[in-house]
Design a binder for this molecule. Structure first.
Ligand code: GCB
Length: 634
C-alpha cells in the first residue's frame, strides 16, 4: 500500500497493522442515563494547517505541547465541518497534509474528583488519519474517516488541572482512498473533504460499565424474539438486569445475565416506511448493571432502541418479516454547501423530509458509513439501509494486497460493531465498483464477505459492481447482485432508445448466471437544474426524466421476476474534484445541492408512491401515510 507523497503519515501507517483484527471494546453510542453524562465539544476550535510540506513542522515543533496559538497564526474552525469550504483560501480548500485542531474544555468538578468516574473522549469521524493528544499526552490514533473512535482519558482528567482539559488533536491528510491509496489519484467521484466531520464529545461511565450490547431479533408466529449479549468491563463480579419496554413504556419482557432471549408476545414488528400503518416500531432495551466494588456498589444504565424484524434472501426475493421488500430509494452522499461532509442537523432533517416526500423507503450509504445520527433516524422513520463500507476506489492490482485486505477486514469490524443493532440496516455492502474482474479479486472478496458474515450472520452481504457478469470474480460470494449502469449516459450519448434492450439483457445475464435477486444500485444522468431542451438533450431536465423513464419500463417488467430494488444516482448534486466531466460537481442529483427538486424528483415521487401502494404489505398504509404525513398533495 502506498501513501505518498512522501511526507507525514507514511511513517505512521505501519503502526496500524500491528493492531490485528480484534477490536478492543464496544462502540455504543454515547447516551445520557442516570449513570452517564455527556458534554459536547462542538463549536469553534483553533485550527492550523501545516503548510511546511514534507517537513511536518507541527510534529518537529511539538505543537501539541502548548496552546496552538503559540505555534503561529490560527483560524477559527467550526466542528463538525470539513475545513475546505469555510474559508477563502484556495490553498486550504484543496489542502492535503496535516492540519491541527485544538480546543479547551472545562469539566464538571465531579468528573475529575471522583475516582469511580470514567471519562471518555469520543470522535465521531476525523477524516482521514487522526492523532489525538489531551494535555499534551498522546491518547489515540485512528486511520479512516467515517467511523468513531474513543480514548479513555480519566487519568488525565484526574491528574490535570481540575477544571480544564485542553484537547489537541490532529486529524490528518485527506487521503484520497478511504482505505489508503495514492495521493493525487482520487479513484472516486466525490470531493476529498477532510476535518472533524462529526460530533466530538466527552462522556462518562462508572469504572465498571456496560461496554457493548449485541441484539439480534427473530419472530415465531406472533412472538418476537430478542437475543441479547452484553459485555461488561471493569469487574468480573456483577449482575445484569434487562428490560424490554414498548413504546408506551410498559415492560413486555425481562431477563438477567450477560446473554439471553427475551420473548415478546403479540409483537409489534419493525416495518419499513410505507409497508405498514405503524412502521418503524421501536422497543427500548434497558440494561441495568450493578457491581460490588471495594469502594461500594456501582451501577450503570444504558438504553438501546430495538426494532424486531427479520431479513432473508431467496433466489428471487428480499424478505423483511417474511414479506417481499422492494427497495425504491436513493443513493446519497454526506455533502452540502460550505460544511462539506460536516454533520448538520437541519440538513439531516431536511433530507429525511425529502425522502419521505419522495416515498423513498431505502438508501445506500454510498460510499462510506454515514453519521450515527443518520442511522438512528432511519430506525425511527423506517428507512431501510444498505450500509456500505468506505471500500471505494479499489482499482489497482495493489489494492488487493494483503495489507489492504487486512485493513478492509478491520474496517468491516468497526462498521459492524457500530451499526449491528440498527433494525434499518438490512445488508452490508463491502465495496463500490471495485475492479472485481482482476484475478486477486476472487480471494479478496471471498475472504472479505466471509469475514463480514462471521461478524454478523444475521444480515446478507453484497458489494456493488459495474463489472461484466462473466468477468466478475466477487459475485459468486454475494447474497444479492447489486449492479450499477449508466446506459445512454457514459455510452451511446443521447440514444435513450438503447436503454431497454441493454438493461433487460444485462439483468437476464446476471440472473441466468447466479439465480440471485438483483438491485439496480445506481443509474442516472447529469442534469443542470434549469436547463431545458425538448426534444431532450444531455444535461437537460428533460433528458434526465426521459432516461429514468426508459429504465423504469424495464424495471417494471423485471421486478415481477427477480429485481428487488432501484436506487437512483443520486439524491442530490454533490461536490467532486475538478474535471472536464464535472460542472462544479456531479449533477446527477434529482435535487440540487441546495435540496430543490429537479423535474426528475416529481417523476420519481409519483413512481415511488405508486410502487409503495402496489408492493406494500399493507397497501392502504402508503396511501393513508401519504395523505397524513405529506404536506404536499400527490
Ligand atoms: C458510479 C460511481 C459513483 C459516481 C457515478 C457517476 O458508478 O459509483 O461514485 O459518482 O458513477 O456519476 O459517474
Amino acid at each position: 500500500m502506498s501513501r505518498g507523497p512522501a511526507g507525514a503519515w507514511v511513517a505512521l501507517g505501519p503502526l496500524l497493522w500491528t493492531c490485528g483484527l480484534a477490536l478492543e471494546g464496544g462502540m455504543l453510542y454515547p447516551r445520557e442515563s442516570p449513570s452517564r453524562e455527556r458534554k459536547d465539544l462542538d463549536g469553534l476550535w483553533s485550527f492550523r494547517a501545516d503548510f511546511s510540506d514534507g517537513r511536518r513542522q507541527g510534529f518537529e515543533q511539538q505543537w501539541y505541547r502548548a496552546p496552538l496559538r503559540e505555534s503561529g497564526p490560527t483560524l477559527d474552525m467550526p466542528v463538525p465541518s470539513s475545513f475546505n469550504d469555510v474559508g477563502q483560501d484556495r490553498q486550504l480548500r484543496s489542502f492535503v497534509g496535516w492540519v491541527w485542531y485544538e480546543r479547551e474544555a472545562t469539566l464538571p468538578r465531579r468528573w475529575s474528583q471522583d475516582p469511580g468516574t470514567r471519562v471518555v473522549l469520543r470522535i465521531g469521524s476525523a477524516h482521514y488519519y487522526a492523532i489525538v493528544w489531551v494535555n499534551g499526552v498522546h491518547v489515540a490514533e485512528h486511520e479512516g474517516g467515517h467511523l468513531p473512535f474513543e480514548a479513555d482519558i480519566s487519568k488525565l482528567v484526574q491528574s490535570g488541572p481540575l477544571s480544564s482539559c485542553p484537547a489537541l488533536c490532529s486529524p490528518a491528510p485527506p487521503a484520497p482512498h478511504p482505505l489508503g491509496f495514492r495521493l493525487g489519484n482520487t479513484y472516486f467521484d466525490f470531493f476529498n473533504y477532510a476535518g472533524l466531520h462529526r460530533p466530538v464529545l466527552l462522556y462518562t461511565t462508572p469504572t465498571t460499565y456496560i461496554d457493548d450490547i449485541t441484539v439480534t431479533t427473530g419472530v415465531d408466529q406472533d412472538t418476537g424474539l430478542v437475543d441479547y449479549q452484553i459485555f461488561v468491563q471493569g469487574s468480573e463480579h456483577f449482575q445484569l438486569e434487562v428490560y424490554l419496554l414498548d413504546e408506551e413504556g410498559k415492560v413486555v419482557a425481562q431477563g438477567t445475565g450477560s446473554q439471553g432471549r427475551l420473548q415478546v408476545p403479540n409483537v409489534h414488528l419493525w416495518w419499513p416506511y410505507l409497508m405498514h400503518e405503524h412502521p418503524a416500531y421501536l422497543y427500548s432495551l434497558e440494561v441495568r448493571l450493578t457491581a460490588q466494588m471495594a469502594a461500594g456498589p456501582v451501577s450503570d444504565f444504558y438504553t438501546l432502541p430495538v426494532g424486531i424484524r427479520t431479513v432473508a434472501v431467496t433466489e428471487r426475493q428480499f424478505l423483511i418479516n417474511g414479506k417481499p421488500f422492494y427497495f425504491h430509494g436513493v443513493n446519497k452522499h454526506e455533502d452540502a454547501d460550505i460544511r462539506g461532509k460536516g454533520f448538520d442537523w437541519p440538513l439531516l432533517v431536511k433530507d429525511f423530509n425529502l425522502l419521505r416526500w419522495l416515498g423513498a423507503n431505502a438508501f445506500r450509504t454510498s460510499h462510506y458509513p454515514y453519521a450515527e445520527e443518520v442511522m438512528q433516524l432511519c430506525d425511527r422513520y423506517g428507512i431501510v439501509v444498505i450500509d456500505e463500507s468506505p471500500g471505494v476506489g479499489i482499482m489497482l492490482v495493489q489494492s488487493y494486497s494483503n495489507v489492504s485486505l487486512q485493513h478492509h477486514l478491520e474496517v468491516m469490524g468497526e462498521l459492524v460493531r457500530r451499526d449491528k443493532n440498527h433494525p434499518s440496516v438490512v445488508m452490508w455492502s463491502v465495496a463500490n465498483e471495485p475492479t472485481s474482474f482482476l484475478k486477486p479479486a476472487a480471494y479478496y472478496f471471498k475472504t472479505l464477505i466471509a469475514h463480514t458474515k462471521a461478524l454478523d450472520p444475521s444480515r446478507p452481504v453484497t458489494f456493488v459492481t459495474n463489472s461484466n457478469y462473466e468477468a466478475d470474480l466477487g459475485a459468486p460470494y454475494v447474497d444479492v447482485i447489486c449492479v450499477n449502469s449508466y446506459y445512454s449516459w457514459y455510452h451511446d450519448y443521447g440514444h435513450m432508445e438503447v436503454i431497454q434492450l441493454q438493461l433487460a439483457t444485462e439483468f437476464e445475464n446476471w440472473y441466468r448466471t447466479y439465480q440471485k435477486p438483483i438491485i439496480q444500485s445506481e443509474y442516472g444522468a447529469e442534469t443542470i437544474a434549469g436547463f431545458h431542451q425538448d426534444p431532450p438533450l444531455m444535461f437537460s431536465e428533460e433528458y434526465q426524466k426521459g432516461l429514468l423513464e426508459q429504465y423504469h419500463l424495464v424495471l417494471d417488467q423485471k421486478r415481477k421476476e427477480y429485481v428487488v430494488g432501484e436506487l437512483i444516482w443520486n439524491f442530490a448534486d454533490f461536490m467532486t474534484d475538478q474535471s472536464p466531466q464535472r460542472a462544479v460537481g456531479n449533477r446527477k442529483g434529482i435535487f440540487t445541492r441546495q435540496r430543490q427538486p429537479k423535474a426528475a424528483a416529481f417523476l420519481l415521487r409519483e413512481r415511488y408512491w405508486k410502487l409503495a401502494n402496489e408492493t406494500g404489505h399493507h397497501r392502504s398504509a402508503a396511501k393513508s401515510q401519504c395523505l397524513e404525513n405529506s404536506p404536499f398533495a400527490l
